[in-house]
Design a binder for this molecule. Structure first.
Ligand code: C2E
Ligand code: CA
Ligand code: CA
Length: 746
């Protein structure tokens, strides 16, 4: 998703850049053309001026050269001797670059360096001009001997004896000067002319096929427009200037500048097409440059975006993927939840948020190692995710906690589905074939209210907590009752410490009685919570909570001391004394000092150890037989007797019992209930009792409420009865009273 917008953005950027470049190029092109045509104008104007200057200087130099040639000719003797004159001229001609050099006398007779003689080579009219102005250049004319186009230069010699001294002249080919023009031509692009005011071409470069620039016919140099006309007039007037015009669709510049000699002009013509071409070339080059820059930038941009999208993908992974299971994490779940739930809502399908937790996962880690633990989590994740249906969500939210968003067309159906899911996900076998006793507990919040996600989570967690409280229960739905229960739990947890300090926990004693006589043989200490507001709270409501949070350790210790205090006072006050059983949570067994502390405490109160009976529940035994055996042996070594509590409530195993040396086994009251009106069950019970007795343990029947039960139990060999039939748990004073009465009766 991110990637797409990234590339889209890049694309838009590149297109925008291209448009900008295009617009820029057009503007740039105009600027460049403008600039270049200005430059071209500048160039052309200065070109004609420079050409005029250079050419004038060149002509000046030719005149000087001719004057120098003329100096010896001032001697009459040389002029009179034609042979010597020709020789002199020939020799001079070798030294200068003229085609021919010559002398034309005042009589009009022209002698050439090649020995030729012509009359009036320079016409009397032109000779007159030369005498008057000190120099003369002809227009283009044919050479007298070669027929080539030439120019004729002439300077007069000084007067001699009041008479004219004649003219020194020279001829030069037009071609010779054309090369001079070529040096001034504008990069071979334009035309260069030396013309007279009438537009007649004296010299042209490149060579022209016409004789007049204004009347060039099909080769026309100028149009018939206003600006051409103006130029023609200006030239006629001897002015310099420039003009721009369009000929055959091409724009051109022409500039013209008068020479210092004759009425000649230097003229340059430059088609601006070359300007446009130059501009185009420049713009093209710039464009190519720009485009390359854009391409490079584009590539760079794509590269950066790629990097960015890669790192954002990495970030995404970090933020939304659980590294262990490679599935969604809580962030991802929260992100997807609104849309997924909205889809269900739209379809009118109810949905539920389900919390799944692996029970005692810590134990898996402890016993089998983290690697196995990870495998378990991966497998559970795979099993849960694999069961998802369309539109449902899954994530691992923390270590061993998973979340599901499931559709729930039917509540019982969902309950069954989750049960089955948990059952399947909890099946985990090691490679060696050993299968772990994994179990999962689930809490389901059937979303029935528009509440924030965290409240939904709270509710699913509450449901989970309530499922957790009921051993064997896999899943529970969130409902008001479980919510209230949890609230109560929280309240209990927050007040337990204070309650213990304030002495709200009270000891009650329930007699264990002889079936026949009903006399009290021993007792069990049972705790009661005398709550200032809630009244008397039975232990079932708080012991499980205390077992979860460990407070039961403190409470048991308190009950032990209360019991010991009673035993001590009975003895001190000479009252009847019976052994008292004290309940100890399984948590104590994990404390290696448990037995020592027990013994030391009993000693502190000066109570004989045999008066104390340690009641341990059956579930403890089931967990770890070796440890249990060690504890029982240790307790026996200190002289305490040990009772197995609640036998028959869970997974009773006579095998286990066989290996453990209990002094007494207490049959759970559930056993009795199940035996009621069930002959088969009665047989089992009687068989069990017989076997327990054969192992050397005494048997106490709990929860004896009716005379029939008592009759049956005593009939099958139970030793003592603990139940309402004989007595309810009593406050110490009443219990003492009962013992006294019993003693008095005897
Ligand atoms: P438990 O050890 O099995 O205690 C016997 C329970 O059976 C007592 O319930 C007692 O009041 C009840 N009971 C006795 N005779 C009858 C009868 O004829 N009918 C019925 N229905 N019930 C009878 P209580 O006092 O509510 O205690 C419940 C459980 O709380 C105890 O079961 C024990 O597991 C736990 N508990 C009580 N006091 C302590 C204590 O100080 N420490 C620990 N760790 N657990 C305790
Ligand atoms: Ca007990
Ligand atoms: Ca019991």
């Amino acid at each position: 998703m991110y990637k797409i917008t990234g590339f889209k953005r890049a694309f838009v950027l590149i297109v925008a850049a291209a448009v900008l470049v295009a617009a820029g190029s057009v503007l740039y092109w105009r600027q460049v053309t403008d600039r270049l045509s200005q430059d071209a104008r500048g160039i052309i104007v200065s070109a004609s001026r420079e050409l005029a200057d250079n050419f004038s200087r060149l002509l000046g130099a030719e005149f000087q050269l001719l004057s120098a040639v003329g100096v010896p000719l001032q001697e009459q003797a040389l002029l009179d001797n034609q042979e010597a004159l020709v020789k002199y001229l020939e020799q001079q001609n070798k030294n200068n670059a003229f085609t021919l050099t010559g002398y034309q006398g005042p009589d009009g007779r022209a002698v050439f360096s090649n020995g030729g003689v012509l009359p009036d080579f320079i016409s009397p009219e032109n000779a007159e001009y030369a005498y008057k102005h000190g120099h003369y250049i002809s227009s283009r004319r044919k050479g007298p001997f070669t027929g080539k186009d030439i120019l004729v230069f002439a300077v007069p010699l000084p007067q001699r004896d009041g008479e004219r001294g004649g003219l020194v002249f020279a001829t030069q080919t037009i071609e010779f000067y054309a090369t001079t023009l070529s040096a001034n031509a504008t990069h071979g692009q334009g035309l260069t002319f030396i013309i007279n005011r009438a537009g007649d071409i004296i010299i042209a470069y490149p060579r022209a096929a016409y004789n007049n620039v204004f009347e060039a016919g099909e080769h026309s140099v100028f149009d018939r427009g206003k600006s051409s006309l103006r130029m023609q007039q200006e030239i006629t007037r001897g002015e310099s200037g420039w003009t721009g015009y369009t000929l055959h669709g091409d724009h051109r510049f022409a500039s013209y500048y008068p020479l210092r000699y004759n009425d000649w002009y230097a003229m340059s013509v430059l088609p601006t097409k070359s300007v446009a071409e130059q501009a185009q070339r420049l713009v093209l080059m710039s464009l190519v440059l720009c485009l390359s820059i854009i391409v490079v930038l584009g590539v760079l941009l794509v590269f950066i975006l790629r990097m960015q999208s890669q790192s954002s993908r990495a970030l995404f992974r970090m933020g939304f993927v659980d590294p262990l299971t490679e599935t969604d994490n809580l962030n991802a779940f929260r992100f997807k939840f609104p849309r997924a739930s909205a889809a269900f809502k739209e379809k009118g399908v109810p949905y539920a948020l389900v919390v799944v937790n692996v029970n005692r996962f810590k134990a898996v880690n402890d016993i089998y190692g983290f690697e196995q633990g990870d495998q378990v989590l991966k497998q559970v994740a795979a099993a849960l995710r694999g069961a998802l249906q369309e539109g449902e969500l899954f994530c691992r939210s923390s270590a061993d906690v998973f979340l599901l968003l499931l559709q729930c067309p039917d509540r019982t159906e969902l309950g069954r589905r989750v049960d089955a899911l948990a059952e399947r996900a909890g099946r985990y076998c090691l490679s060696g074939g050993e299968c772990l006793p994994l179990s999962l507990t689930c809490g389901i919040y059937l979303v029935d209210e528009d509440v924030p996600f965290y409240i939904m989570m709270d509710r699913a967690n509450l449901a989970w907590a309530s499922a957790k409280q009921h051993a064997g229960q896999v899943c529970a739905f969130y409902d008001e009752q479980s919510r209230r229960q949890i609230v109560t739990e929280k309240r209990i947890e927050s007040s337990m410490d204070q309650a213990l300090r304030d002495g709200e926990f009270k000891i009650y004693l329930q007699p264990k009685c002889d079936f026949k006589t009903g006399l009290t043989r021993s007792a069990e200490a049972l705790v009661r919570w005398q709550h200032p507001v809630q009244g008397l709270i039975p232990p079932d409501q708080f012991i499980p909570i205390f077992e979860k949070n460990g407070f039961v350790l403190k409470l048991d210790k308190f009950m032990l001391e209360e019991t010991l205090r009673l035993l001590k006072t009975w003895k001190e006050q000479g009252k009847p004394v019976v052994p008292v059983g004290v309940n100890f949570s399984r948590l104590h067994l994990e404390d290696p000092h448990f037995i020592d502390v027990l013994a030391r405490t009993a000693d502190e109160y000066g109570v004989e150890h045999h008066l104390l009976e340690v009641e341990l529940t059956e579930s403890v035994v089931f967990g770890n037989v070796d440890l249990m055996k060690k504890v029982i042996d240790g307790l026996h070594a200190k002289g305490f007797s040990v009772a197995m509590d609640d036998f028959g409530s869970g997974y009773s195993s006579l095998n286990v019992l066989k290996n453990l040396d209990f002094d007494c086994v207490k049959l759970d009251k559930e056993f009795l209930v199940r035996g009621e009106g069930n002959p088969r069950m009665r047989q089992i019970i009687s068989g069990l009792v017989r076997m327990i007795k054969s192992l050397g343990s005494g048997v106490v029947a709990e929860g004896v409420e009716t005379a029939e039960q008592a009759e049956f139990l005593s009939g099958i060999g139970c030793d003592l009865a603990q139940g309402y039939l004989f007595s309810r748990p009593l406050p110490p004073q009443e219990f003492e009273k009962r013992l006294l009465e019993e003693r008095d009766k005897k």
